[in-house]
Design a protein around this ligand. Structure first.
Ligand code: FES
Length: 69
């Protein structure tokens, strides 16, 4: 009998985080392992989070185009 693989859903949010069904173990480029047991984990894709690699909603903050006007 062939069984379906146990796939995890990963959802890319436009201009936002990548949502991954948890729990997750995430290894950043510096080799540090981060874990989260949340049902859905928001992984920062903008690099502005103070809680990187996890999203802290900093991606919502408006960035001014030009302050000199
Ligand atoms: S994606 Fe939300 S803070 Fe980076």
């Amino acid at each position: 009998m062939v069984t379906e693989p146990n796939r995890r859903r990963v959802t890319v949010v436009p201009n936002g985080p990548v949502l991954v069904e948890g729990p997750v173990e995430l290894v950043t480029e510096d080799g540090v392992t981060h874990t989260s047991d949340r049902f859905v984990v928001a992984v920062c894709a903008c690099r502005r989070s103070k809680r990187y690699p996890f999203c802290d909603t900093s991606h919502r903050k408006r960035v001014r185009d030009d302050d000199s006007k």
